[in-house]
Write a protein that binds this ligand. Structure first.
Ligand code: HEC
Ligand code: HEC
Ligand code: HEC
Ligand code: HEC
Ligand code: HEC
Ligand code: HEC
Ligand code: HEC
Ligand code: HEC
Length: 467
């Protein structure tokens, strides 16, 4: 065999091997994750989109070219194509397309994921209209504050501009014009014009749609941050965040298979605990599936079916920790939530209700100072205390959390409530009743034993003159 011939044989064999690998991964993907409605080919039609958009928007094309989709023949049209009858459809260079690609469009190939996402709290996060926070955002602050703020995380209700006759306004190329107060927006629970809810690109940034990006903690941190839900700050403070940053090169973020304890072990990210696979669990697109409490309302309540959800989260922890360690940790966490509920949240709710009932404050939200105090106690400080405990951020649990709760409960809420209750005997009685029990007994003076302990501590640590 001549060298030349050998080279050709090797080349042909490698090509065959490569093709079969592509086919195998294609079929595997098909079995597990998607069922294409029609066969996918990189068509001459897509070539048209690519050619032109390389001129008008080169980065979109470059990002798509680097995506997994491009290699599999999922082109511009496979996502942007629309039916003539769709409200958002328009003719563009010989094709009927829509600008916004919604979960309904992704569902053509990712039906199971779209269904799971659709059933999650994420998908319904756009339904904030009736909430207390929304009164604050839209009315007390003002609408553009909500459009640029709330809705960029929660999702807008996407709408078109209309002319006087009520028709959708179109630009000179016939493209329908979105109401700029509603789009651009990739809030997670966006209400789309096709009736679907949510945005996949909240986590899967277009047009790379890279899983590596979605597994990054910062991806979740766009929304999960700030004074009322500082999850990214807590994570960064925790041992987990430290381990992640120090060993990011060992995290295999680019790997197809990303099973904790198998493909990586260095640290968990948000996705690891709330969404990604363990050796026992598949990936989920409903991050509520592993939670036992909701920490969002004034008083935390147990999730439906919470025992099963706890087992799932424990499966994550046990990929890296011992079972007894995990059980004890849950014990620490649960007792922090129970303490917050019993000592501050339940009395706070009772006091505010009693003031309202007695007519000492109006039924409207946010028109009295005490309502702002109470809002911050549960919505900011109380959540920080609970969120810190849930994800191992001790400074958030203590100094940004319970400390602020205690200070403002005892030295703002309580004095103001007592003043407002004057002349309303039922409200006065309700306040004193809410403060009964051992939790608040210290208000009436610390017992001698506790005082002696504190004095002894400071004397031994700092000497007689230290305090
Ligand atoms: C002849 C050139 C040309 C071709 C072919 C073409 N486009 Fe465009 N497209 C444009 C230009 C120019 C714009 C407007 C400027 C911009 O947004 O970059 C545009 C805008 C768009 C928009 C945004 C519309 C909006 O709401 O503002 C989308 C989505 C789009 N094109 C998708 C496609 C798809 C999918 C194809 C293939 C079926 C395609 N284009 C083919 C030139 C082209
Ligand atoms: C995997 C599906 C998918 C593919 C493939 C895809 N797009 Fe998109 N495209 C989207 C999504 C999702 C959005 C975001 C719309 C939103 O939610 O606001 C979008 C938005 C756009 C926009 C408007 C937003 C902007 O940033 O300007 C343009 C223009 C666009 N795509 C063009 C293209 C072109 C050209 C191609 C082919 C090179 C392409 N798309 C391929 C899903 C896709
Ligand atoms: C025409 C079919 C089709 C459409 C439409 C489609 N996808 Fe895909 N997508 C695929 C295929 C095929 C794969 C590769 C197999 C897999 O990983 O499931 C894939 C893979 C992915 C991946 C994994 C990428 C990686 O790096 O491994 C993500 C994320 C994704 N798609 C998101 C989306 C989103 C979001 C939309 C809608 C905006 C969408 N897809 C629309 C067919 C499609
Ligand atoms: C930075 C992104 C962001 C902004 C801005 C934002 N939110 Fe949120 N909001 C979230 C996240 C994330 C949660 C869930 C936190 C958690 O689960 O701990 C949430 C929770 C809520 C909840 C509780 C939902 C429930 O199920 O109990 C309401 C209501 C709400 N937000 C309304 C609003 C309103 C109204 C505004 C504007 C005044 C706003 N949010 C601004 C990200 C944001
Ligand atoms: C809250 C963020 C988030 C949202 C919203 C989201 N995804 Fe994902 N998605 C992820 C993460 C994280 C992964 C990586 C999971 C892993 O591999 O560990 C992922 C993985 C995927 C994959 C790769 C296959 C797999 O199961 O691992 C596809 C396909 C996908 N998502 C499609 C979608 C579609 C379609 C939507 C909208 C219906 C969507 N995603 C919405 C975070 C999200
Ligand atoms: C675009 C904003 C946004 C992004 C990005 C985002 N979230 Fe959320 N998330 C929210 C909002 C808003 C809520 C509250 C929804 C509600 O209760 O109405 C929420 C709720 C949650 C919940 C509580 C779910 C439940 O059922 O109670 C978890 C857990 C969560 N997110 C985890 C994540 C993780 C993990 C990521 C990243 C992979 C992520 N989120 C990315 C906005 C976001
Ligand atoms: C080590 C695992 C782990 C990591 C990493 C992690 N979480 Fe959590 N998370 C938890 C646990 C455990 C809970 C509490 C679950 C329960 O109540 O049973 C929780 C609770 C939550 C909640 C519910 C809060 C509420 O108000 O009800 C949200 C939202 C959340 N995490 C988001 C995130 C985000 C965003 C990140 C990354 C910045 C993250 N988590 C990182 C384990 C983790
Ligand atoms: C991918 C592996 C991994 C997963 C999954 C994981 N952890 Fe960790 N965890 C670590 C590492 C690494 C450390 C840091 C250990 C050290 O610094 O000595 C840590 C530290 C901790 C600490 C602090 C321990 C100490 O001694 O100070 C607690 C508490 C903890 N994890 C609880 C959990 C819980 C609860 C879960 C599940 C919700 C979980 N972890 C999931 C890897 C993981």
């Amino acid at each position: 065999m001549s060298l030349e011939f050998k080279r050709i044989v090797i080349a042909v064999l490698s090509l065959l091997l490569l093709t079969s690998l592509v086919i195998v991964s294609w079929v595997e993907g098909g079995k597990q994750r998607f069922a294409p409605e029609t066969e996918l080919v990189i068509s001459a039609d897509n070539q048209g989109c690519v050619n032109c958009h390389t001129e008008s928007s080169p980065s979109i094309v470059a990002q798509w070219e680097g995506s997994r989709h491009a290699g599999l023949g999922v082109g511009c049209l496979e996502c942007h194509r629309a039916d003539e009858a769709d409200v958002d459809a328009y003719r563009h260079e010989g094709h009927t397309i829509a600008t916004i690609v919604t979960p309904n469009d992704c569902a053509r190939c990712h039906a199971d994921i779209a269904e799971e996402f659709g059933a999650s709290h994420h998908a319904s996060a756009g339904n904030i209209l009736g909430s207390l926070d929304n009164v604050l955002g839209e009315i007390i602050e003002g609408m553009p504050a909500a459009a640029n703020g709330c809705q960029q995380c929660h999702g807008s209700k996407v709408a078109f501009l209309h002319d006087d006759a009520g028709e959708i306004r179109r630009n000179s190329s016939g493209i329908p014009m979105f109401d700029p107060s509603t789009w651009p927006n990739t809030g997670i629970g966006r209400l789309n014009v096709d009736g679907s809810v949510g945005t996949c690109s909240a986590c899967h940034s277009r047009h790379a749609f890279s899983t590596a990006v979605s597994r990054q903690p910062d991806n979740c941190g766009k929304c999960h941050m700030g004074p009322d839900h500082p999850q990214i700050e807590i994570y960064n403070e925790s041992k987990h965040g430290i381990a992640f940053r120090a060993q990011i090169d060992e995290m295999a973020l680019d790997s197809d298979s990303w099973v904790v304890g198998q493909d990586y072990t260095a640290a968990p990210t948000c996705a690891t605990c709330h969404m990604s696979a363990t050796r026992e669990l598949p990936v989920t697109h409903d991050p509520g599936k592993r939670l036992t409490w909701t920490l969002r309302p004034p008083v935390s309540t147990r999730m439906e079916d919470w025992e099963a959800k706890k087992q799932d989260m424990e499966s994550v922890c046990r990929s890296c920790h011992a079972a007894g360690f995990v059980e004890n940790w849950y014990d620490q966490y649960d007792s922090a939530i129970e303490l917050y509920n019993r000592k501050f949240a339940e009395p706070g709710v009772k006091i505010m209700a009693a003031l309202k009932e007695a007519g000492a404050i109006s039924p409207d939200p946010f028109d009295e100072h005490i309502e702002w105090v109470w809002f911050e106690v549960w919505h900011h400080e109380g959540r920080r205390a609970r969120h810190g405990a849930s994800m191992q951020g001790p400074d958030y649990t203590q100094w940004h959390g319970f400390y602020e709760v205690a200070k403002h409960f005892y030295f703002e809420l309580l004095p103001e409530a007592r003043e407002l209750a004057e002349g309303h005997p039922e409200a006065e009685a309700a306040i004193e009743e809410a403060l009964g029990g051992v939790d608040h007994a210290w208000l009436k003076g610390m017992d001698a034993e506790t005082k002696a302990q504190v004095r002894a501590f400071y004397e031994s640590r700092y000497g007689q003159k230290g305090h």
